[in-house]
Structures are given as C-alpha cells and as structure tokens.
Design a protein around this ligand. Sequence first.
Ligand SMILES: [Zn+2]
Length: 255
Amino acid sequence: MRYPRAEWVPWKPAAPDGRPTYFAGQNRPTAVVLHVMQGYQSTVRRWAQRGHFGVSWHYSIARDGSIMQHLEHSDGGYHAGITAAKAAADPPTWELWRGPGQNVNTYTLGIEHEGFAGEPFAPAQAKVSRELCRWLARQLDIPMDEAHFPPHAAIDLRDRPNDFNTPALRREFYDFLFKPEEEPMDAACIEELERRLSRVERITGAHGIDVDGERLRGDEALDDLDRRGASLALYAERLNTAILDHLADHESGRL
Ligand SMILES: [Zn+2]
C-alpha cells in the first residue's frame, strides 16, 4: 500500500553487512505509532538508500510538509520494538499493547516527524501529518484516537519520554489531529460546486483531467474522488485546481 502523496524512497532491505533492515511481509497494522525524528529528512533519505541498520519505519514527514514512504504497510519497521526485560521494568501504558510476547513492529506502522522534541511541528508538517493519519485511518479501518495513534513514549517509557515531543506539545498536536473534520459546505457552496462540476464534465468530456497524476474523464474523476471518500472541501479544492489547470492548457494551446 502506497500513500499517493508520498515520494517512494524504499528502505534498502539489507544493511551493508547483510542483516535485514526490517521485517519483510510480517506486519498486520492496526495502529500507527507517532515519533519525532531527532534529526533531519536528508539524513533519513541517506539511511534508507544505504540500508541503515537498527531503525526503519514507514513514513517521514519533513518540516516543509513533504513526505517520504519507505516501507509497504505489510512490512514491519524497527521503530517501536521493546525488549521483554525493559517492558517488565517499565510496562508500556499504550492501551492496545499486546504484551511482551508479540513484537510491536508486527502490528503497527511508524511515522517519523522531522525535527526535535521541544519544538512544535511546523504548520505545513502538522497539516500533512493529519492528512496522512486520516488516510491511514480509512485504509486500516481504525478510529482517529490516541489508542490507534499512540506516541512512542507510551511504549518506551524509560528512553523515549519525549517521543513524539514533550507532553505539552504532544497534547497540542493531538488536539489538532483529532479535531473533527471540517463541516460540510452549506447549500450555496454545494450549488456553486455543482455548477462547476457540470462545466468540468462538459469541458473535460473529450480530454479528461488529471487527478493525483492520473488522466481521468470527468465522470471517472468524480467516481474516483467519491470512492476515496474525499471530504467535500478537499473535493472542491481538487476540482478547482483541475479546472484551472485545464483552462490554462486550453489557453496555452496545448489542447
Ligand atoms: Zn520514536
């Protein structure tokens, strides 16, 4: 499973010394562990490309809002594992933890956020992280709550108390993350949208429009957005962009 808005930067499956860098094909994710990187996106790119051993995860979100995906959801990273001894000394407080007998990395995905504990996520980064989490919630069929999006701190109490982030900044992000989605548009907006839709359908009937990089006819594009359960606001935003791009193509004589 790939997130359409992420750049695919696969984690090399073997380290230079041949050890595997992740649990290939051994993951059945039912939750998403959130982390702060304590580092930079550029470092992660190098680590993934050369098969850095000892840590690996699914998504990295930069402070500018760009996203890399490194593993398939069916692969387990090395991002939230905990030894039985450590778990016995400081038991995880995460309510969906399955105990020391099952590796956390075989039932979770991992998202790392560029930056350092003690600094809030950048606005673009927070927004993109929320979009990704909402998409993952739909894909994995899990609710948007802290149990299903735990901080690493709730698993490794001793060594990761500020992962992701210090407790106060973590709370702030969770409030943002779990705030209900925007209200649907009012009647006037819907009418305006429908007017635009019919125009799009007319002008794109012949040529098609680009939706997330795919060339689709107008009606296919609508079905596609519908199928993905896009919110009305997002739907409107994408269509608006598609209309403007399409008109620009006409004006520039490319169509
Ligand atoms: Zn972590």
